[in-house]
Design a protein around this ligand. Structure first.
Ligand code: TRP
Length: 445
């Protein structure tokens, strides 16, 4: 076996992990879930979930990975045992593939909008209305699949390039650029007359929303999805981490970077939504129907729109890369495939699995799972169920199965008060809180 690859630099590593965290979840998903769930109260609950559940899991995942110096499955069999815990690793692999299958479809929509906005075809469609435009596009069979394939192809290409030359390099370029773009867009949006109402929606809580049963699971699911925890991405990324990288600082950096990105994206989107008197509860279509309308009415909006959809596509790409790396690492280690072959193989399977999602607004629109179409059902099932359940298993493993001294040593927390706090969160608070929220949402269904 050749030498395990490693990240070349600390800040390359941190940018790659932030690239994994920042994606469609921060822009497309955050804006519509926050819009549907009352804005500020949702944001408040979401922040609590990030701080007390998400961040402790990020720390646990990175520590598990760095300790294993192997793939996700190896991370759960490190005590030399062939116990059932291995399947938590496999659950991560299956979950990463499931997420990527539909994520690539939405990323493809973003890419189409970027190309359309940059070449001007998007803006020439204003007369037919963006609702009709978007619905006609996603109801098509070939086109969404072609854009999905393009995004997956790009991810395969980057992952095939390797951890350092592929993943790290792309993130080092893209992530700082995306941070600048989102801040510029927010400033632009805040300068619109009437934007204050958007800020109010996002930051002034209407506490009556707390009585809505769905808001808790929405906040928890969003925290998991947006950070990118639960599916072993950070276990895999942590396994390429040299011993001398600061684990705790990295974890805190991921949580802060991801959260700031979502909040600033909210400050770009909601002021514009309210300035043009548009309903924030539009749902998943907010990004693709509502925003183009807004861009068209804004001075300089066509440029801002092109930049926005570039941001969305690029952020999606760096997250897709992180998800793809999970099965690729497995295939490289367990099937002794070359990286190129592993990436192509995994990419092809994920592409095929994603086709029903791509067609779920057209030919397959009549197939419903519960109330949802195929794509929405997988998204809701994964975020609001699979991720939290995998999260419980991970904290359980680290909190109850791993020895205390190993857990506190690997995370660099030690026996100080921070270490004690983290350990208590991982052993009791996080599994309890996740269980309560899951049960509450199940009973509300
Ligand atoms: N966090 C990414 C986003 O916000 C998506 C993502 C990447 C993800 N890796 C993940 C979600 C692992 C869940 C689990 O778009």
């Amino acid at each position: 076996m050749d030498q395990r690859e490693q990240w070349a630099s600390r800040h390359g590593f941190i940018l790659a992990t932030i690239g994994a965290a920042v994606g469609l979840g921060n822009i497309w998903r955050f804006s519509y879930v926050a819009g549907e769930n009352g804005g500020a109260v949702f944001l408040f609950l979401y922040l609590l979930c990030v701080l007390f559940i998400g961040l402790p899991i990020v720390i646990a995942e990175l520590a598990l990975g760095r300790r294993a110096q192997g793939d996700v499955v190896a991370a759960f069999e490190h005590q030399g045992d062939q116990s059932l815990w291995r399947y938590v690793g496999w659950l991560g692999v299956v979950g990463a593939i499931a997420i990527l299958s539909y994520y690539a479809v939405i990323a493809g929509w973003a890419l189409k909008y970027f190309v359309g906005a940059a070449t001007g075809t998007l803006w020439s469609k204003a007369a037919e209305g963006y609702g009709g435009y978007f619905k006609t596009f996603i109801a098509n069979t070939g086109e969404p699949i072609a854009w999905q394939a393009a995004m997956l192809g790009a991810s395969v290409y980057i992952v095939a390039g390797g951890v350092h030359k592929g993943i790290e390099t792309v993130n080092r370029w893209l992530m700082p650029l995306l941070a600048i773009i989102i801040v510029v867009l927010a400033v632009f949006s805040l300068s619109l007359p009437g934007s204050a109402k958007g800020l109010e929606f996002l930051f002034a809580p209407d506490w009556s929303v707390m009585a809505k049963p769905g808001v808790y699971v929405a906040a928890l699911g969003q925290a998991f999805f947006s950070l990118g925890v639960g599916m072993a991405v950070f276990v895999t990324y942590g396994s390429y981490m040299p011993r001398n990288f600061p684990l705790l600082t990295s974890a805190v950096g991921i949580a802060i970077g991801d959260t700031l990105f979502a909040i600033v994206a909210g400050m770009a989107i909601f002021p514009a939504v309210f300035a043009f008197d548009i309903d924030p509860t539009a749902g998943p279509e907010l990004t693709f129907i509502t925003l183009p309308q807004i861009f068209l009415q804004m001075p300089g909006g066509t440029l801002a729109g092109a930049v926005f959809f570039f941001l969305l596509s690029a952020a999606a790409l760096t997250s897709m890369v992180s998800l793809l790396e999970v099965p690729v690492a497995i295939a490289v280690h367990r099937m002794s495939l070359r990286r190129w072959h592993a990436a192509g193989f995994a990419g092809t399977i994920i592409f095929l699995l994603g086709i029903p999602s791509a067609m779920s607004f057209g030919l397959l629109a009549n197939i419903k799972i519960g109330r949802h179409g195929i794509l929405d059902a997988i998204d809701a099932g994964v975020s609001n169920f699979l991720l939290p359940v995998a999260g419980i298993l991970i904290v359980f493993y680290v909190g109850w199965k791993l020895e205390r001294s190993i857990a506190l040593g690997e995370t660099e927390l030690g026996e100080g008060w921070l270490g004690i706090c983290w350990y208590w969160l991982v052993r009791s608070v996080a599994p309890l809180a996740i269980s309560v929220i899951l049960l509450q949402s199940a009973s509300a269904m």
